[in-house]
Write a protein that binds this ligand. Structure first.
Ligand code: NAD
Ligand code: UD1
Length: 346
């Protein structure tokens, strides 16, 4: 099967692309490099041992989309391309809705014209808002707390309308929990621009000496150690979830919705400890000394919730998929990527 991957050179897209090639799918890549770097392409070709079909451009560019669908025989689309900084989305709502919602509509419209009706969408646990209880199941009510999150919710609703109107589509919503970690080769990982917004890239930046201390946003949540709890999932487990979804769902018409998480939550302090251990383990051969990653307690971050983790049972049952890698592996792989690429892909 030929799979169009939008946002293919981004963090999750690139890892999924590697898994897709390993599983024997043929990828066609599209990205405008607004949050990724061109130098990843030769690395991806070396890793996948193939010459990749890549289109540089924007999902807002309808002419380009038409050209891709005319030139290539596409069987399914995995749609990663989006802007994803929650804080920024509150400052630039129009840019976020334009890029994420209008861009997705463009893609769906061209797909329909070309009778390509298999679609996998990168949704997020953010669509559950502040859940009434954990673990979160797919039927829980949805809410949004930012233009970024509202965009995901709007697209989910658009896709629900589409399937009601045209039942021959196969649409899969994958709701990611907190993807972290890196490819075990150390060649691919998360490469945020500027100061990271998310926890684990911030931790590795502190560990490598680019930032002074991890700021822990709140230790007065109703959790065992007072810090926020999340369901961190290894990016390669997430990537493999897409392969399972392609294999199982793409042949079945209808709307399929899955949480992709591990089903286990960790607090901010537990994550910092896991990363300290990974750094010490990697350094032990060099120095023999151990050190903890420094942190300080700060006020809560606006918009954050206390706890969020998945009930991944539906994906286990239907997709025969479950996350295989634990938090230590996530920390070790993230640290390998950080140390081998102290400046990311530059
Ligand atoms: P990323 O920013 O690393 O990758 C997104 C890619 O899309 C980038 O390479 C960017 O250049 C590209 N892109 C953005 N707008 C584009 C456009 N208009 N045209 C063409 N390319 C465009 O982000 P990621 O972490 O890999 O996230 C992928 C998807 O998963 C996004 O839809 C994101 O909202 C969703 N998601 C991510 C997380 C997470 O924690 N990373 C969690 C839940 C959901
Ligand atoms: C964030 C987004 C969410 C998005 C997800 C994946 C917000 C409010 N939510 O989730 O919509 O789907 O990323 O992209 O931005 N933390 C610190 N110090 C830091 C950074 C984070 O203590 O420097 C804490 C947070 O309070 C939270 C946990 O670490 O408890 C994880 O934070 P983060 O990595 O930003 O992810 P989320 O907030 O869960």
């Amino acid at each position: 099967m030929n799979i169009l991957i939008t946002g293919a050179t981004g963090y999750i897209g690139s890892h999924t692309l590697i898994a897709l090639c390993e599983a024997g799918f043929t990828p066609i890549l599209l990205d405008n490099f607004c949050n990724s770097k061109r130098v990843i392409l030769p690395r991806l070709e070396a890793q996948t041992k193939q010459s990749l079909k890549f289109y540089e451009g924007d999902i807002l560019d309808v002419q380009l989309l038409k050209r891709i669908f005319t030139e290539q025989k596409i069987d399914a689309v995995i749609h990663f391309a989006a802007l994803k900084a929650v804080g920024e989305s509150t400052q630039k709502p129009l840019e976020y809705y334009q890029n994420n919602v209008a861009g997705c509509l463009n893609l769906l419209t061209i797909m329909k014209t070309h009778h390509v009706k298999r679609f996998i969408f990168s949704s997020s646990a953010t669509v559950y808002g502040d859940p009434a209880s954990v673990p979160i199941q797919e039927h829980f009510p949805r809410a949004s707390t930012s233009p970024y999150g509202r965009g995901k919710l709007i697209i989910e609703e658009i896709l629900e309308d589409l399937i009601k109107a045209e039942s021959d589509w196969s649409i899969t919503l994958l709701r990611y929990f907190n993807p972290i970690g890196a490819h075990e080769s150390g060649q691919f990982g998360e490469d945020p621009q500027g100061i990271p917004n998310n926890l684990t890239p911030y931790i590795t930046q502190v560990a490598i000496g680019n930032l002074e201390k991890v700021q822990v946003f709140g230790n007065d949540y109703p959790t065992p150690d007072g810090t926020g709890i999340r369901d961190y999932i290894h990016v390669m487990d997430l990537a493999e979830g897409h392969i399972a979804a392609l294999k199982i769902c793409a042949s079945k018409a209808g709307l399929h919705i899955y949480n992709l998480g591990t089903g286990r939550g960790y607090s901010v302090l537990e994550v910092i400890t896991a990363f300290s251990n990974a750094v010490n383990q990697a350094d032990s051969t060099k120095s023999g000394s151990t050190k903890a990653i420094p942190y300080e307690i700060k006020p809560r971050r606006a918009g954050d919730i206390a706890e969020c983790w998945a009930d991944p049972t539906r994906a286990q049952k239907d997709l025969n998929w479950s996350a295989q890698r634990n938090l230590n592996q996530m920390a070790q792989d993230a640290w390998r990527w950080q140390t081998q690429n102290p400046k990311g892909y530059e």
